[in-house]
Every structure is written in C-alpha cells, then in structure tokens.
Design a protein around this ligand. Sequence first.
Ligand code: MF3
Ligand code: CO
Ligand code: CO
Length: 254
Amino acid sequence: MSIIIKSASEIEKMRTAGKLAADVLEMIAPFVVAGVTTNQLNQYCHDYIIDVQQAIPAPLNYKGFPKSICTSVNHQVCHGIPNDKPLKNGDIINVDITVIKEGYHGDTSKMFSVGDVSPFAQRLMDVTYQALFLGIEQVKPGNRFGAIGHAIQHYAESNRYSVVREFCGHGVGRDFHEEPHVMHFGKVTEGAFMEPGMIFTIEPMINQGKKEVKTLADKWQAVTKDHSLSAQWEHTVLVTDTGYEILTLRAEEL
Ligand code: MF3
Ligand code: CO
Ligand code: CO
C-alpha cells in the first residue's frame, strides 16, 4: 500500500476528469437559488454529466450513496443527500461533484450563497476558501502532507473557527479514494513527503462553532453537533516538479 505516482498519460486523463467536475459546478451555479430543491440540483447535474459530458457521476451507488451529487446545507458538514426541501434565502450550500471519465476521477466542491446570506455565514465561507488555498500553496515536492493540514488549521483557528477531524482529503485517480489521507490539521513534520505525479484532494470542512460532528441515522449525512454552520471547498491537486497544478480550477478562480 502506497501513494500512486501517476504517469504522464494518467495525468492527462486526470486533467480531463478534473475539468469536467469543475464544469459541472459552473453549469449548476445559476440554478442555486431560493425555491429550488436539492433533488432538482441533483437531477440537473446527473443529466449534464451523463448526457453532455458522457461521464459517470461517481457518488451514485458508491458504497450505497443514493444520489449523484452531495448537497450539504447550513449545519450539514458533508455527504448531504439531495432531497425535496426547497432552498431558502440566506442558506449556504456546498455542492460536491465527482465525475469519472475514461476511468479517472475528478473531485471538487464549492459553497454557494442562496440570496442574501448573513455576514457571519459569508465570513465562514471566505475563511474556508482561503484555508483551502493556504493548504494548496504548501503542495510541492519535499514538503510533507502535514504542511497542508498545519496551514489550514492555523488559519482556521486564528479566525476562531474549528477544523473537522473525521473527514479528510484523499488520493484520487482510478479509485475515488486512494492513499494518502490528507489531514486538514496537524504538524509540518507529519505525513509522507510529496512527490511529483501524486494527485490528491484538499477539502477542508470548517465549523463556526465546535469541531464535533455527528452522522445521522442514514449513515451518510454529517452535521455539526452544536448545529453551528459549516463550510467546505475542495480541489483536486497534482504535485508538479516545482509546486502544484489545480486540476479542478474554475474560470472564476483564474
Ligand atoms: N466527494 C466526496 C469527497 O470529496 C465523497 C462523497 S462520497 C459519496 O470525498 F458517496 F457521498 F458520494
Ligand atoms: Co474528495
Ligand atoms: Co468531493
């Protein structure tokens, strides 16, 4: 068991899969408004991935997950299951997309605001996005994976937020979840050394309140124990000879 180093041709396929996953987030953006249900968002994404991208929505039936995307609203931390409840003004929602194209996975998620959100919710989303990028900036050969977690934890906690411990980033490629576990907390001296050709996600979940989460009876949906808001952003990242390449970058991030 070890961290897979992708070949040049595998990296090319991962670029394609990453781009498709990013494209789904761009496609769905105008539909994330008050009144839409997360089941409708699921249907739009499912149809787009299958019919337009001719790809596969990886979550569907993955270890029994019942839908094609994850939608995590407000105090939901991750793995939210789309349902028939309409979004309402002021909600914040994470949409997490994973597509499989030519056997390779692209995995990415972002936060959306529904209408006008509170300044507290906006700040949580902004700090979490910044935390993701501080983590990404630690990606280069010779750094350990712990450097990513350290950067994220330090920034989140300096803003008086907490980092969820139960879920991590992960290697990604032919499999949805490969080695290593990419922690969003820790020390720079921990973890394996990064090497060119490694591909993994960074996907911090940051809570407004305490770090503890609980998983609902459906065994999937994770929520904050104290019902405080939670935010998450995710990118799939390649280690290059000199640093990193984000495989799931959207136009709005250029
Ligand atoms: N996309 C999630 C991740 O970032 C995993 C979702 S698993 C599912 O790792 F089954 F809920 F889709
Ligand atoms: Co992921
Ligand atoms: Co994901």
